[in-house]
Design a protein around this ligand. Structure first.
Ligand code: TRH
Length: 387
């Protein structure tokens, strides 16, 4: 038997909240299947959120093949498994507890599956010491390995598809393609030449200062917001309802509310805009691949832990603009009293420079290797190790 022959993988995803958990797992599952010919089972405990980012998902069925990935509804912890069901590689995302019967069946496999806990992304230094660390099961003869995404070679890197940059480049080189994409979302002709912004943030983002800056700007601004995002703040600012399809207008600002769009389309939205507001983990990484300036709304944590994470990222990230840093800090309430109008004017002047520096950042990140390839490489090393 060829012990390096790892062909099957089970990825367990608990949707804790929002879309990042399934967003990341779906991306990883597709990439492992498409680029590495791995047969992937994706176990998800909540199919409705999945359907929002992938409309092919039918939330009413327990097992379906989507884009080559075997999607299974993770109904409960009582699901029963035997050794033949167990994949060569098992990933639990964000330390979700996989079903006890699955773990029990893992012990009966020979060789035992390679078991990972895929963790969340942070630029903090401590992850370098924890990445790939083994953790023995307290009772069973099984070892689980921590795998951390990250921004340098001492981590698992970031996810990027092989053809991503080529797809992005052909999209941005063909201006009409971007315009056509925006028209389909509901943009009108005058919006296509405005300064285009996509807005994806948590409800507590201090949106009004920026809406004010855009509406009083000397140049036209066009903002695209998925329905439900910052809805209360937007409605307060415009004094109108912000339902899907609405175009809200104030001064130089036109704001279009769109429905949630499929994950691949969301990439195109990032490419089609001049500036992106992103959040969480997955859209934050995709904004970096879009090579546009962005502002990151980090997922809030107790005791302001997220401010530490934000600062760690800002000191790692290549573009040196101090306005970029202030905007990101203020957007996350880690900096008070920012003059949004001045800061916006300033960042607009720096956009070209930031774009250039972002390209260098992207090349550096790509040199760390793609997360899915790094994970498989490490799994193969583990499989060759004598047990
Ligand atoms: O939705 P998020 O805030 O997700 C998460 C979760 O809160 C998670 O629990 C937490 O651990 C993590 O953040 C840090 O943001 P994120 O990560 O950007 O995920 C959003 C996903 O939704 C991403 O894959 C892009 C996708 N998306 C679409 O497919 N269509 C859309 O219209 C939009 C706006 C996003």
């Amino acid at each position: 038997m060829n012990h390096t022959n790892l062909k099957t993988l089970a990825l367990f995803c608990k949707v804790v909240d929002n879309f990042g958990d399934i967003g990341i797992c779906w991306r990883l599952a597709r990439q492992l299947h498409l680029e590495h010919q791995i047969s992937v089972q994706l176990w998800v405990d909540e199919l409705l959120s999945f359907q929002r980012i992938c409309p092919e998902v039918n939330p009413a069925i327990d097992q379906q093949i989507i884009q080559g990935v075997d999607v299974r509804f993770w109904r409960n912890q009582e699901l029963s498994f035997s050794p033949v069901d167990i994949a060569d590689i098992v990933i639990e995302f964000f330390a979700c507890d996989i079903p006890p019967s699955y773990i029990q069946a893992m012990t009966a496999c020979n060789p035992k599956p390679i078991w990972f806990n895929l963790e969340g992304l942070t630029a903090e230094e401590w992850v370098e010491g924890c990445h790939t660390l083994p953790s023995s099961h307290p009772q069973l003869p099984l070892t689980k390995y921590f795998f951390f995404p990250g921004f340098n070679q001492r981590t698992g890197g970031l996810m990027f598809e092989k053809d991503l940059d080529q797809r992005r480049q052909s999209f941005v080189n063909e201006v009409s393609q971007g315009h056509q994409f925006l028209r389909q979302l509901g943009a009108q002709e005058q919006d296509l030449n405005a300064f285009k912004i996509s807005l994806f943030c948590y409800p507590h983002a201090p949106v009004s200062g920026l809406l004010q800056a855009w509406s009083t700007s000397e140049t036209p601004h066009f903002c695209i917001v998925p329905q439900g995002v910052a809805q209360a703040s937007i409605e307060r600012f415009f004094g109108e309802q912000a339902n899907s399809g609405a175009i809200l207008i104030k001064g130089s600002l036109r704001l279009l509310v769109i429905p949630f769009i499929p994950q691949n389309d969301y990439d195109q939205l990032l490419w089609a805009c001049d500036f992106n507001f992103v959040r969480g983990e997955d859209s934050f990484v995709r904004a970096q691949w879009a090579l546009r300036p962005f502002v990151w709304h980090i997922y809030p944590q107790d005791e302001q832990l997220h401010h530490k994470k934000l600062r760690a990222f800002l000191s790692t990230y290549k573009p040196a603009s101090s306005t970029f840093k202030s905007l990101n800090l203020a957007w996350n309430e880690a900096l008070q009293d920012l003059d949004w109008g001045d800061a916006w004017q300033q960042i607009r002047n720096e956009c070209l420079q930031i774009r250039k520096e972002t390209e260098a950042w992207q090349q550096e990140m790509h040199r760390n290797g793609d997360l899915s390839a790094n994970l498989l490489k490490f799994a193969r090393v583990l499989r060759q190790k004598p047990t």
